[in-house]
Write a protein that binds this ligand. Structure first.
Ligand code: PGA
Length: 253
Protein backbone atom coordinates (compact mmCIF):
# COMPACT_ATOMS: atom_id res chain seq x y z
CA UNK A 1 0.00 0.00 0.00
CA UNK A 2 1.21 3.48 -0.79
CA UNK A 3 2.59 5.54 2.07
CA UNK A 4 0.76 8.82 2.11
CA UNK A 5 1.94 11.36 4.64
CA UNK A 6 -1.01 12.77 6.56
CA UNK A 7 -2.06 16.33 5.83
CA UNK A 8 -3.82 18.66 8.25
CA UNK A 9 -5.03 21.87 6.59
CA UNK A 10 -6.63 24.81 8.38
CA UNK A 11 -9.13 26.93 6.47
CA UNK A 12 -9.62 30.25 8.26
CA UNK A 13 -12.28 31.31 5.73
CA UNK A 14 -13.22 35.03 6.02
CA UNK A 15 -11.93 35.38 9.58
CA UNK A 16 -9.14 37.39 11.07
CA UNK A 17 -8.05 41.00 11.08
CA UNK A 18 -4.33 41.67 11.10
CA UNK A 19 -3.71 41.47 14.86
CA UNK A 20 -5.70 38.24 15.26
CA UNK A 21 -4.06 36.63 12.25
CA UNK A 22 -0.58 37.51 13.40
CA UNK A 23 -1.30 36.20 16.91
CA UNK A 24 -2.76 32.94 15.60
CA UNK A 25 0.07 32.38 13.14
CA UNK A 26 2.66 33.22 15.80
CA UNK A 27 1.09 30.75 18.22
CA UNK A 28 1.05 27.99 15.61
CA UNK A 29 4.63 28.72 14.60
CA UNK A 30 5.73 28.42 18.24
CA UNK A 31 3.89 25.09 18.56
CA UNK A 32 5.52 23.84 15.38
CA UNK A 33 8.96 24.80 16.59
CA UNK A 34 8.46 23.08 19.94
CA UNK A 35 6.69 19.96 18.64
CA UNK A 36 8.10 19.42 15.16
CA UNK A 37 5.09 17.71 13.59
CA UNK A 38 5.77 14.90 11.16
CA UNK A 39 2.52 15.27 9.25
CA UNK A 40 2.14 18.02 6.65
CA UNK A 41 0.50 21.14 8.06
CA UNK A 42 -1.04 23.88 5.91
CA UNK A 43 -2.73 27.08 7.01
CA UNK A 44 -5.03 28.92 4.59
CA UNK A 45 -5.70 32.43 5.91
CA UNK A 46 -7.66 35.13 4.10
CA UNK A 47 -5.61 36.58 1.23
CA UNK A 48 -5.22 39.87 3.10
CA UNK A 49 -3.12 38.14 5.76
CA UNK A 50 -0.83 36.05 3.57
CA UNK A 51 1.91 38.63 3.29
CA UNK A 52 1.59 39.53 6.96
CA UNK A 53 2.10 36.05 8.31
CA UNK A 54 4.39 34.31 5.85
CA UNK A 55 7.36 35.23 8.07
CA UNK A 56 5.86 33.38 11.01
CA UNK A 57 6.12 30.20 8.97
CA UNK A 58 9.62 30.85 7.63
CA UNK A 59 11.00 27.75 9.33
CA UNK A 60 9.04 25.81 6.71
CA UNK A 61 7.21 23.37 8.99
CA UNK A 62 3.84 25.00 8.37
CA UNK A 63 2.98 25.76 4.76
CA UNK A 64 0.78 28.59 3.56
CA UNK A 65 -2.23 28.09 1.35
CA UNK A 66 -4.78 30.23 -0.48
CA UNK A 67 -8.54 29.65 -0.22
CA UNK A 68 -9.33 30.16 -3.91
CA UNK A 69 -7.73 31.51 -7.09
CA UNK A 70 -8.66 32.66 -10.58
CA UNK A 71 -7.94 30.29 -13.45
CA UNK A 72 -6.00 32.88 -15.46
CA UNK A 73 -2.45 33.97 -14.77
CA UNK A 74 -3.27 37.68 -15.00
CA UNK A 75 -5.64 40.11 -16.67
CA UNK A 76 -8.76 42.19 -16.31
CA UNK A 77 -10.43 40.34 -13.42
CA UNK A 78 -11.18 42.94 -10.77
CA UNK A 79 -11.00 41.56 -7.27
CA UNK A 80 -9.56 38.19 -8.26
CA UNK A 81 -6.20 36.70 -7.35
CA UNK A 82 -4.20 34.38 -9.58
CA UNK A 83 -2.45 31.21 -8.54
CA UNK A 84 0.85 32.85 -9.53
CA UNK A 85 0.14 35.72 -7.13
CA UNK A 86 -0.54 33.27 -4.32
CA UNK A 87 2.68 31.46 -5.11
CA UNK A 88 4.50 34.80 -5.13
CA UNK A 89 3.13 35.53 -1.65
CA UNK A 90 4.54 32.34 -0.21
CA UNK A 91 1.75 29.81 -0.80
CA UNK A 92 2.37 26.22 -1.77
CA UNK A 93 -1.25 24.99 -1.57
CA UNK A 94 -4.58 26.42 -2.76
CA UNK A 95 -8.07 25.19 -1.85
CA UNK A 96 -10.35 25.09 -4.90
CA UNK A 97 -14.01 24.18 -5.22
CA UNK A 98 -14.89 24.63 -1.57
CA UNK A 99 -18.64 24.16 -1.21
CA UNK A 100 -18.99 27.75 0.00
CA UNK A 101 -17.53 28.89 -3.33
CA UNK A 102 -19.60 26.38 -5.27
CA UNK A 103 -22.72 27.73 -3.50
CA UNK A 104 -21.95 31.45 -3.05
CA UNK A 105 -20.24 31.97 -6.41
CA UNK A 106 -21.97 29.31 -8.50
CA UNK A 107 -18.72 27.54 -9.28
CA UNK A 108 -19.25 24.33 -11.21
CA UNK A 109 -16.88 21.43 -11.80
CA UNK A 110 -15.44 22.85 -15.03
CA UNK A 111 -14.46 26.08 -13.31
CA UNK A 112 -13.06 24.20 -10.33
CA UNK A 113 -10.99 22.06 -12.70
CA UNK A 114 -9.66 25.19 -14.46
CA UNK A 115 -8.71 26.68 -11.09
CA UNK A 116 -7.03 23.45 -10.01
CA UNK A 117 -5.11 23.40 -13.30
CA UNK A 118 -3.96 26.97 -12.57
CA UNK A 119 -2.68 25.86 -9.17
CA UNK A 120 -0.62 23.11 -10.84
CA UNK A 121 0.59 25.54 -13.53
CA UNK A 122 1.92 27.79 -10.76
CA UNK A 123 3.78 24.86 -9.19
CA UNK A 124 1.57 24.40 -6.13
CA UNK A 125 -0.71 21.70 -4.75
CA UNK A 126 -4.48 21.97 -5.29
CA UNK A 127 -6.81 20.88 -2.49
CA UNK A 128 -9.91 20.02 -4.55
CA UNK A 129 -13.09 19.95 -2.44
CA UNK A 130 -16.07 17.71 -3.15
CA UNK A 131 -19.10 16.71 -1.11
CA UNK A 132 -22.81 16.06 -1.21
CA UNK A 133 -25.64 18.12 0.29
CA UNK A 134 -27.95 16.67 2.94
CA UNK A 135 -30.71 16.22 0.35
CA UNK A 136 -28.34 14.35 -1.97
CA UNK A 137 -27.28 12.03 0.86
CA UNK A 138 -30.88 11.45 1.96
CA UNK A 139 -31.78 10.54 -1.61
CA UNK A 140 -29.02 7.91 -1.59
CA UNK A 141 -26.89 9.83 -4.07
CA UNK A 142 -23.81 10.73 -1.99
CA UNK A 143 -21.43 8.41 -3.84
CA UNK A 144 -22.60 9.33 -7.32
CA UNK A 145 -22.55 13.09 -6.58
CA UNK A 146 -19.05 12.91 -5.16
CA UNK A 147 -17.87 10.73 -8.03
CA UNK A 148 -19.18 13.26 -10.55
CA UNK A 149 -17.42 16.10 -8.75
CA UNK A 150 -14.13 14.21 -8.54
CA UNK A 151 -14.16 13.28 -12.21
CA UNK A 152 -15.28 16.77 -13.26
CA UNK A 153 -12.90 18.73 -11.04
CA UNK A 154 -9.63 16.80 -11.30
CA UNK A 155 -6.99 18.84 -13.13
CA UNK A 156 -5.02 17.27 -16.00
CA UNK A 157 -1.74 15.87 -14.67
CA UNK A 158 -3.12 15.28 -11.17
CA UNK A 159 -0.85 13.15 -9.02
CA UNK A 160 0.22 12.83 -5.41
CA UNK A 161 2.61 15.76 -5.27
CA UNK A 162 0.21 18.30 -6.78
CA UNK A 163 -3.34 17.26 -5.89
CA UNK A 164 -5.27 16.48 -2.70
CA UNK A 165 -8.97 15.62 -2.62
CA UNK A 166 -10.96 16.95 0.34
CA UNK A 167 -14.23 15.12 0.97
CA UNK A 168 -16.43 17.65 2.74
CA UNK A 169 -20.12 16.81 3.03
CA UNK A 170 -21.83 20.19 2.73
CA UNK A 171 -24.18 19.42 5.62
CA UNK A 172 -21.28 18.64 7.95
CA UNK A 173 -19.48 21.94 7.41
CA UNK A 174 -19.79 24.20 10.43
CA UNK A 175 -22.79 22.20 11.69
CA UNK A 176 -21.24 20.12 14.45
CA UNK A 177 -22.56 16.93 12.85
CA UNK A 178 -20.41 14.52 10.89
CA UNK A 179 -21.12 11.36 8.95
CA UNK A 180 -20.51 8.11 10.83
CA UNK A 181 -17.03 6.68 10.53
CA UNK A 182 -18.42 3.96 8.25
CA UNK A 183 -20.01 6.58 6.01
CA UNK A 184 -16.74 8.51 5.83
CA UNK A 185 -14.86 5.30 5.02
CA UNK A 186 -17.34 4.38 2.28
CA UNK A 187 -16.99 7.72 0.50
CA UNK A 188 -13.22 7.80 0.83
CA UNK A 189 -12.93 4.26 -0.55
CA UNK A 190 -15.19 5.19 -3.43
CA UNK A 191 -13.08 8.27 -4.23
CA UNK A 192 -9.96 6.09 -4.10
CA UNK A 193 -11.51 3.66 -6.57
CA UNK A 194 -12.56 6.52 -8.87
CA UNK A 195 -9.02 7.96 -8.78
CA UNK A 196 -7.48 4.56 -9.45
CA UNK A 197 -9.78 4.09 -12.44
CA UNK A 198 -9.13 7.54 -13.88
CA UNK A 199 -5.44 8.00 -13.15
CA UNK A 200 -4.05 4.48 -12.70
CA UNK A 201 -0.63 4.55 -10.98
CA UNK A 202 -0.65 8.35 -10.65
CA UNK A 203 -3.56 8.02 -8.21
CA UNK A 204 -1.74 6.03 -5.55
CA UNK A 205 -0.15 8.93 -3.75
CA UNK A 206 -3.05 11.39 -3.98
CA UNK A 207 -4.26 12.08 -0.47
CA UNK A 208 -7.96 12.04 0.35
CA UNK A 209 -8.68 14.13 3.43
CA UNK A 210 -11.94 14.60 5.32
CA UNK A 211 -13.48 17.96 6.26
CA UNK A 212 -16.66 19.04 8.05
CA UNK A 213 -16.86 19.68 11.80
CA UNK A 214 -13.50 18.10 12.58
CA UNK A 215 -12.51 19.09 16.10
CA UNK A 216 -10.07 18.17 18.86
CA UNK A 217 -12.49 15.55 20.22
CA UNK A 218 -13.36 13.65 17.03
CA UNK A 219 -10.13 14.02 15.02
CA UNK A 220 -8.51 10.87 16.38
CA UNK A 221 -11.42 8.62 15.43
CA UNK A 222 -11.75 10.17 11.98
CA UNK A 223 -8.00 9.91 11.34
CA UNK A 224 -8.14 6.26 12.41
CA UNK A 225 -10.34 5.47 9.41
CA UNK A 226 -7.75 3.94 7.14
CA UNK A 227 -9.03 5.52 3.95
CA UNK A 228 -8.61 8.99 5.53
CA UNK A 229 -5.27 10.68 4.86
CA UNK A 230 -5.82 13.86 6.85
CA UNK A 231 -8.30 16.63 7.60
CA UNK A 232 -9.44 20.00 6.32
CA UNK A 233 -10.41 22.00 9.38
CA UNK A 234 -12.48 25.19 9.48
CA UNK A 235 -13.73 26.47 12.83
CA UNK A 236 -11.27 24.50 14.98
CA UNK A 237 -8.33 25.87 12.98
CA UNK A 238 -8.99 29.32 14.48
CA UNK A 239 -8.03 28.10 17.96
CA UNK A 240 -4.37 27.31 18.51
CA UNK A 241 -4.91 24.53 21.08
CA UNK A 242 -7.71 22.85 19.14
CA UNK A 243 -5.88 22.94 15.83
CA UNK A 244 -2.75 21.66 17.47
CA UNK A 245 -4.61 18.76 19.08
CA UNK A 246 -5.76 17.70 15.61
CA UNK A 247 -2.17 17.88 14.32
CA UNK A 248 -1.01 15.88 17.35
CA UNK A 249 -3.73 13.30 16.67
CA UNK A 250 -2.45 12.91 13.10
CA UNK A 251 1.12 12.59 14.33
CA UNK A 252 0.14 9.94 16.87
CA UNK A 253 -1.09 7.62 14.10
P1 PGA B 1 -15.64 23.29 9.65
O1 PGA B 1 -15.29 23.71 8.15
O2 PGA B 1 -14.46 22.53 10.18
O3 PGA B 1 -15.87 24.58 10.37
O4 PGA B 1 -16.86 22.43 9.57
C1 PGA B 1 -14.58 22.86 7.30
C2 PGA B 1 -14.40 23.49 5.95
O5 PGA B 1 -15.33 24.14 5.46
O6 PGA B 1 -13.34 23.34 5.32
Amino acid sequence: MAERRRLIAGNWKMNGLRAEGIALAGGLAAKALANKPTCDVVVCPPATLLAKIDRAFDAGVIKLGGQDCHADEKGAHTGDISAEMLRDTGCSYVIVGHSERRADHAEGDAQVRAKAAAVLRAGMTAIVCVGETRAERDAGNALSVVEGQVVGSLPPGAQGDNTVIAYEPVWAIGSGSTPTLDEIAAVHRHIRAVLDGALKAAATEIRIIYGGSVNAANAGDILDVDAVDGALVGGASLKIEDFWSIIAAADAR
